[in-house]
Design a protein. Structure first.
Length: 246
């Protein structure tokens, strides 16, 4: 996605620059937006707003968005209708919100600037109100948090005589202590852990809420590990993970 005032003809972007622009968005978000845009363009084609085609890759998606803009110019009414269509299908408001974000991003990436979203958002607001009045969607399903009582049961189910079991146990304990997301744990490297006399310092280099990747350092004192060790009777675990003090 390029700035609105970027002059495409002024300079040709290198392959490295294009790759960095592409990776500026997290891969999971990119996959979700790609699916949302494909569904929007397919819906448009079904209603004869766009020539029917198969949107199999990014290039075809970009071409489809460009053709839709060339044919209709202002997409405000079309997107408003699409949001209403998603509401008719009973899609979750969060899903509709993400679809709108995907279309807005594609609109800007096509060089058309910002998309007017007042109409779509009014439809979405009305849809949220309707769901609230009927009781639908009021209760948000949330996964129960892992507690200190449940954590030992999870680690006890692992084979701590194997490297995989030790790794998975370390991830469970570390994730619990940090309150970390899966992506944050997956991105950790052994060099991100610093063992001191007082505890372990964990360098979290990037996260979903840290869009500019400033990073943060979390300190985990050894007393937390000892507390867990007493609760789980996992002395070998603490030793294997290096979580006991000197």
């Amino acid at each position: 996605m390029l700035p609105d005032d970027f002059e495409a003809g002024a300079v040709e972007l290198s392959a490295n620059t294009r790759d960095r622009l592409r990776r500026a968005m997290p891969e999971s978000t990119r996959r979700a937006y790609t699916g949302d845009l494909r569904r929007f363009l397919s819906w448009s084609a079904d209603r004869k707003l766009l020539a029917a085609t198969v949107f199999t890759d990014d290039e075809r998606l970009a071409d489809g968005m460009q053709h839709l803009l060339e044919r209709h110019g202002d997409l405000h009414v079309i997107v408003t209708e699409y949001v209403s269509a998603l509401a008719d299908l009973g899609r979750a408001p969060a899903t509709v919100e993400r679809a709108l974000a995907a279309i807005t991003t594609a609109h800007r990436a096509a060089g058309a600037g910002g998309l007017r979203t007042d109409g779509p958002r009014q439809v979405l607001r009305s849809y949220r109100r309707d769901r609230a009045s009927t009781g639908a969607g009021v209760r948000v399903r949330k996964t129960a948090p892992v507690t200190i009582a449940a954590l030992p049961a999870m680690t006890d189910a692992l084979d701590r005589n194997s490297l995989v079991g030790i790794r998975d146990t370390a991830l469970l304990i570390l994730g619990f202590a940090l309150g970390a997301r899966r992506s944050e744990l997956a991105a950790l490297d052994i060099t991100d852990l610093t063992f001191t006399a007082e505890g372990v310092q964990v360098e979290v280099r990037t996260s979903k809420t840290d869009r500019d990747s400033h990073g943060r350092t979390a300190a985990l004192p050894y007393w937390g590990a000892r507390s867990f060790q007493r609760k789980s009777n996992a002395k070998d675990l603490a030793l294997n993970l290096g979580l006991t003090g000197p």
